[in-house]
Design a protein around this ligand. Structure first.
Ligand code: PFF
Length: 472
């Protein structure tokens, strides 16, 4: 079966695809919001340390398992570490499945807001419009939510259907440069705005008295999410790397790009918010509020964002592209497992996986008021009440399960597998070759993957299990 597997056509193609997986709603939606909640500065610094000390070594670990075995998550862990470790891969597949099922719903919102803002760009912003109301109405409209997420799912399936080279790599090569250009444009515009200085100070000036243990764990948990680690996505993408392409160099570039993009997006959003003097209201609208309520309003407000009416739809194109390059990696984790382990041909496997995931997407899409059985799970005796910390909706429950349970436990298992159950020779021969960059030191990496990363991830697991910390 190995002979039929695709490979990336080049190192650049692979790096773009993996960077596309990493850059997503986590960068544009979650990171700015948690930075806001944790008062910037010190939190950002801690996040950067987590990315370098935990994210980067695990990125290398996942990619090396993939490249070594040339198999998707389950087969790769079985072959590289031992038959029982296939279960960890299976846990990752389940995690990819669950995350994809609700990620698509938020991605669908970007389509809606693209259409809305494009309409306002042409027809003018209707005075007196309450963006909070626009948001609530669209998210509570079950039919609309299903249609939007169906549209997004079809796009994701269409890419994965065509495989690694003709689907995933092609779309990443096409869309990531567009994404970079749109972001650069917005970044430049933000520097012309009054609030940019205040935003930069908020983001980059650390004041450590604002920080507590919970913030540190949140930064660590987010490092996993944003780099697509802990569930086999990077193992899967790594399995398409040709033998002559360096894992170390690629990891460095992917991690760096993901981090820069998260910071740039945060600078842009905070500049807009500070320019409008909206600091007090942002927190009230919650995680989704910043991206889908505060920002669209500010793009159209007089005298805040120069050219805002044109930039608004562009901004939602950016969100949609970032989300698509992530959803395709999630679907690839599930599909490649079915292809490799069950010998099903790619076209059929993609359609089947996409179809089954969508059944759960329907539940997530109806979670915002579309249907009582999906929105109101915290009623006494229902699932949210019984099992998931009183989460009110199917969406909230799925996010809770993935962010708190699946990613940290999967991540812990992967670090232990690579650090303690693979031999030094096995990992060294994958990481150190003639392409290895000068900054890399194998012994340092091994120390981090054996001690620092498992200890850090174990801290998250303990916090979730015993102290009721909630990362969703
Ligand atoms: N890294 C993506 C983001 O920041 O939005 C989320 C993600 C995608 C996580 C793919 C895991 C994954 F396999």
């Amino acid at each position: 079966m190995t002979e039929q597997r695709g490979n990336w056509t080049s190192s650049a193609g692979f790096i773009l695809a993996a960077t596309g997986s990493a850059i997503g709603l986590g960068n544009l939606w979650k990171f700015p919001f948690i930075t806001w909640e944790n008062n910037g500065g010190a939190f950002v610094l801690v996040y950067l340390v987590c990315i370098a000390a935990v994210g980067l070594p695990i990125m290398m670990a996942e990619l090396l398992i993939g490249r070594k075995t040339q198999q998707s998550a389950v087969g790769a862990l079985k072959e590289a570490v031992g038959p029982a470790w296939g279960l960890v891969g299976l846990w990752g597949v389940l995690c990819g499945f669950t995350l994809l099922s609700y990620y698509t719903v938020i991605a669908g919102w970007s389509l809606y807001f693209f259409a809305k803002t494009a309409g306002w760009m042409v027809g003018g912003f209707p005075t007196g419009t309450s963006l909070g109301q626009v948001f609530t109405e669209q998210s509570a409209n079950g039919g609309l939510q299903i249609a939007l997420s169906l549209g997004f799912s079809v796009a994701t399936v269409s890419v994965v259907y065509f495989g690694v080279q003709k689907g995933i790599e092609k779309i990443a090569r096409l869309f990531l440069p567009v994404l970079f250009v749109i972001l650069a444009l917005l970044f430049m515009v933000s520097f012309a705005m009054d609030g940019s200085r205040e935003a930069l100070t908020f983001i980059f000036r650390p004041s450590f008295n604002e920080l507590d243990g919970g913030s540190v764990l949140e930064a660590l948990g987010h490092a996993f999410f944003t780099l697509s680690l802990g569930m086999g996505a990077m193992i899967t993408y790594g399995s398409y790397i040709a033998r002559n392409q360096s894992v170390v160099k690629a990891s460095g570039i992917i991690v760096l790009l993901d981090t820069v993009i998260a910071l740039v997006a945060t600078v842009i959003m905070f500049t807009v918010i500070f320019t409008a003097g909206m600091q007090d209201q942002v927190g009230d609208t919650g995680t989704v509020g910043m991206l889908f309520i505060s920002l669209p309003q500010l793009f159209f407000a007089e005298g805040i964002v120069p050219g805002g009416a044109v930039l608004a739809p562009l901004f939602y194109v950016l969100v949609a592209l970032a989300a698509l390059t992530s959803t395709m990696s999630l679907l690839e984790v599930v599909t490649s497992y079915i292809i490799d382990e069950h010998g099903i041909e790619r076209g059929k496997a993609t359609l089947a996986c996409g179809g089954v995931v969508f059944l759960f997407t329907i539940l997530a899409a109806l979670s915002f008021g579309g249907a009582d059985f999906a929105s109101n799970l915290s009623a006494p005796g229902r699932l949210g009440d019984l099992l998931f910390a009183g989460k009110t909706s199917w969406f909230g429950m799925a996010d809770h399960f993935v962010s708190n349970w699946m990613l940290p436990t999967g991540g812990l298992a992967i670090t232990v597998a690579v650090g303690w159950f693979m031999t030094r020779e096995a990992t060294e021969s994958e990481l150190v070759d003639e392409t290895v960059p000068g900054w890399f030191n194998y012994n340092t990496w091994r120390f981090f993957i054996r001690y620092i990363s498992p200890a850090a991830v174990a801290a998250i697991v303990v916090a979730v299990l015993f102290f009721g910390v909630d990362f969703s």
